[in-house]
Design a binder for this molecule. Sequence first.
Ligand code: C5P
Ligand code: MG
Length: 282
Amino acid sequence: MAQTNYRLCVILILHFQNTMKKGSPAQVVTIVADFDRTLTKYIHKGHVCATCHYVLEEGSLPELYKEKARTLRDTYFPIETNPKLSVEEKIPKMIEWWTKSHGLLETCEISRDSIQHCVSSSTAKLRDGCSWFFDELKKYEVPVLIFSAGIGDIIEEVIKQQSTMHDNMHIVSNYMKFNEKGQMTGFQNAIIHVYNKNENAIHDSAYFQNIEHKTSMILMGDSLGDLHMADGAEVDHKLKIGFLNTRVEESLELYKKKYDIVLVEDETLDVPNNLLRSILER
Ligand code: C5P
Ligand code: MG
C-alpha cells in the first residue's frame, strides 16, 4: 500500500524530468539509500528477515553471545521504532545499543573468512526488484550512496551474493577492523547508529562533497533518522521515499508528514523502480 502526497510527488517528478534536460542522469541525479529494511526486506514469507547485525547472530557465534544480543534487541528495537519518543530521547539509547552490541561482537573472534557463509546461510534478503534498481542506476551512471548503521562488510557480501555491487555504488557504514590473522578486533570508525546519520564527521567525507552539486536526489529510508542522511547536501529537489515496515498504525501519520511517499508493508522496490523508469527512460 502506498500513501502519497500526490500533488507534491507529481510536482517533484516533473522537476526531476525537467532536470534531465539540463544534463545526463549522471550529472543531475543522485540516490541516497539506507540498507537494512530499506534495500532489504523486513518480512519474507511470513518471517522477519535479518539485519546486518542479526546476520552474525544467525551464524555460528557462541550461544551466550546470541542470548545477550537478543536481549539487547528486545530492549532497544522497541525504543528505536517508538513514534512517541523524541529523537533526543532515543539517541542515548541507540548509542548504548550499538556500543554494547559492538562490544559483544569483539569478544566473538569472528574471522573475515566466516562472513561469506554467515551471509549465505542468513535470512537477509534484498527486496524484490533490487537488482533491477542497481542495474538501472549503473546503466545511467547515477551515483548511489548506501548509508547504513548496519555493518559495511555484511552489506557488501549481501549485495555480492544476491545482486551486483557496481562501481557507481558507495557504502558508508560501520566497517569491521581485522588483525593480521583475519580476526575481527573492533570497528574502524566512530559508531554510525540510526539517529546520527546527520553528523558532520560523516558528511565531511569526500563522497558527500561529490553529491552536493547534483540538482535532484531520491532519498530512501525506513527510519525517521534516515531523513537526515543527506543533510547539508544542497540539492534543488529531494524526493523522500519511506518504507514503513512495523508499528504501522501508530507511525503512519508521522511518516506521511516526513516522507513524500510512504510504502506500507511493501517488500518490493516496485514504486522506486517505476519512478526511475519515468525519470530515466523517457
Ligand atoms: O541500514 P540501517 O541504517 O537501517 O541499519 C540499522 C538497523 O540495524 C537498525 O534499524 C537496527 O534495528 C538494526 N540493528 C540490529 N542489531 C544491532 C544494531 C542495529 O538489528 N545490534
Ligand atoms: Mg533501515
